[in-house]
Write a protein that binds this ligand. Structure first.
Ligand SMILES: *Cc1c(COP(=O)(O)O)cnc(C)c1O
Length: 397
């Protein structure tokens, strides 16, 4: 394959050259010098990216590890939690907590749109004894691409007069969709390095409120490695990481956060993701017009995340198109997740386009035009004018 290949899946995302280059250096001393001295600013910048003045902890882990870190710090065995699920990733977090001994009640809100806040409020109001300790919500479920309204979740808690902590999985949305931890009254934000934060996989992140820290002081699932306390303070350098630091990842993080926070600016990053998302949706809308075998998973644009779009081309079209794009165009699209099991024929009908992190117009428009070429080559019927509609949508915004 000549030219750059493009992994257009919803994580791991494209790592900017600058971030790669930042890692390409000799291993630093972990007892003194640059990495030790850069930690104050790095921790402050991590707080900025989640829009909090409170606490953050870094783990050498992926998103699954960050889920487990959250669970370990929040719960004692047998504690009750309410998890609002809108796709496979919500279910994943719930199952991790269940396996750790948490009594998780799953409020399954389907996978074709965001959760109805009224349903959540109703369930919280019924919990008059306040048995539910934590309300767990996925911000953008990467499998369905549904985006939940976190402000509405906070309001549901407040309207019910319910004291539960609000915990949000923002692995797929942080650095893509608007998220304001302190302003929105969020107690826990779960993140990972390899999606909107433009780093390689390897770092799990946990932001937590002072209230969460006090409330969970006696959590008995907390074990030494996962304990967020010493990590947030870093009384000694190694304590930030519970052991050896992820040295080169720290340089990657410093570079990526500078790009997001100091150069482009967080609000501009959100606006770019919104614009590119609308560009993708415009093409899908044109393709699906009069062609019901093509469609987006989330009908209402307000309920869609800006970092990933889940879609369908029936009769195995999605699988054929993914294969064609990989062999003919150097583009890898995401597989469908959680829509059908791998042994069902419908598994071949789903795909996802990742548009998170280090992406711009030529990358997204290139994917869409290549999809048009692939559908032409494969004889997949579709509405016309998709690439033009996408270009016009980007141009207009
Ligand atoms: C990717 C993702 C995860 C899991 O992250 P891994 O790094 O794959 O373990 C969890 N939640 C959401 C919303 C994600 O997008």
């Amino acid at each position: 394959m000549t030219g750059r290949t493009y992994l257009a899946i919803p994580g791991p995302s494209v790592v900017p050259e600058r971030v790669l280059n930042a890692m390409h250096r000799a291993s630093p001393n972990i007892y003194e010098g640059e990495v030790v001295e850069m930690m104050n600013k790095l921790m402050a910048d991590l707080r900025r990216v989640a829009m909090t003045r409170q606490n953050v902890a870094i783990y050498i882990a992926n998103g699954h590890g960050a889920w487990e870190a959250a669970n370990a710090n929040l719960f004692s065995r047998g504690d009750k939690a309410l998890l609002v699920a809108t796709g496979l990733f919500g279910m994943g977090w719930a199952n991790a907590a269940i396996r750790m001994g948490v009594d998780v009640e799953i409020l399954d809100c389907g996978k074709s749109g965001p959760a109805d806040p009224a349903r959540v409020a109703e369930r919280l109001k019924a919990d008059t004894a306040h048995a539910i300790k934590v309300l767990m919500v996925t911000h953008v479920d990467t499998a369905s691409s549904a985006k939940n309204d976190i402000v509405a979740m906070r309001k549901a808690l407040d309207d019910a007069g319910h004291p539960a902590l609000l915990a949000v999985d923002a692995v797929a949305s942080l650095g893509c969709d608007e998220l304001r931890m302190d302003d929105w009254g969020v107690d826990i934000v779960v993140g990972a390095s390899q999606k909107g934060l433009m780093m390689p996989p390897g770092l799990g992140l946990l932001w937590f409120s002072d209230k969460a820290k006090e409330r969970t002081a006696a959590a008995d699932l907390r074990t030494p490695y996962w304990d967020w306390g010493p990590r947030a303070i870093g009384a000694e350098f190694y304590l930030y990481f519970g052991g050896t630091a992820p040295t080169l990842h720290l340089f990657a993080m410093r570079e990526a956060l500078a790009m997001i926070l100091d150069e482009e600016g967080l609000e501009a990053v959100w606006a770019r993701h919104a614009r590119l998302a609308r560009t993708v949706w415009a093409a899908l809308e044109a393709w699906s017009a009069g062609n019901p075998h093509i469609g987006q998973n989330i009908a209402n644009p307000a309920g869609r995340g800006h970092s990933v779009t889940a879609a369908r081309i029936s009769n195995g079209g999605a699988l054929k198109l993914r294969r064609w794009l990989e062999s003919e165009a150097g583009i890898t699209l995401g597989v469908g997740l959680g829509m059908a099991t791998a042994d069902e024929p419908a598994y071949a009908d789903f795909f996802r386009i990742g548009h998170m992190g280090h992406v711009n117009a030529h990358m997204v428009l290139g994917v869409l035009a290549s999809m048009e070429a692939g559908m032409e080559a494969l004889g997949i019927s579709r509405g016309s004018g998709a690439v033009e509609a996408a270009a016009k949508t980007f141009g207009k915004a």
